[in-house]
Design a protein. Structure first.
Length: 192
């Protein structure tokens, strides 16, 4: 029994030995490059570490400047009468570059969309009733006293960009003034 075990162990050791040899055979050529590889990462690692370390302060410096200057917002409106963003946050006095994109395919005379930012306290029912009778001016009423900023009307595949300054701190409604849309196409601009 012991002999068998010893033999078995010897055999398995031989097999291991063979495996090692087999494994070792192809390795000698790679071993030489391996040494080079081992050196390269060691050299490359500090360089790779140094690069992000250098890049980080640059990014950190650029980010607040970009955020403070212009807030870029894209709202995508759909054939299903939806805005993809129902809330925008901004700082008072911040410049906002807003793009309204119509991600659908329907023409603007059937599924047109716009973005109308209204002053706080605007009577939405009254404003939208006036807008609904202003087809000739793309549903922007002649009396613009309630409007802070607005885009033109876009149809499927179209987009339009406007720039305006965020008003004083508060919460403002933005709507699509195309008849019947404001009930669902209505979001909030939150200014702090
Ligand atoms: Cu609409």
């Amino acid at each position: 029994m012991r002999f068998a075990l010893i033999v078995g162990m010897a055999v398995s050791m031989m097999m291991l030995g063979c495996k090692k040899e087999e494994a070792a055979k192809p390795t000698p050529p790679p071993e030489a490059p391996k040494k080079q590889d081992a050196v390269k990462p060691a050299e490359a690692a500090p360089a790779a570490e140094a690069k992000p370390a250098e890049a980080k302060p640059a990014e950190a410096a650029a980010a607040p400047a970009a955020a403070g200057d212009v807030l870029e917002v894209t709202i995508v409106a759909s054939d299903a009468m939806q805005y993809d963003k129902l809330e925008i946050s901004a700082k008072a006095g911040q410049k906002i570059k807003l793009t309204l994109k119509h991600g659908g395919t329907l023409a603007k005379n059937v599924m047109g969309h716009n973005f109308v930012l209204l002053k706080a306290g605007t009577d939405l029912a009254k404003f939208t009733a006036a807008a609904a009778t202003s087809a000739a001016t793309d549903y922007i009423p002649a009396d613009k006293s309630d409007i802070i900023a607005n885009t033109g009307l876009v149809g499927g595949g179209e987009s339009t960009t406007i720039e305006f300054t965020a008003p004083a701190a508060g919460t403002y409604d933005y709507i699509c003034s195309y008849p019947g849309h404001y009930a669902v196409m209505k979001g909030k601009l939150k200014v702090s």
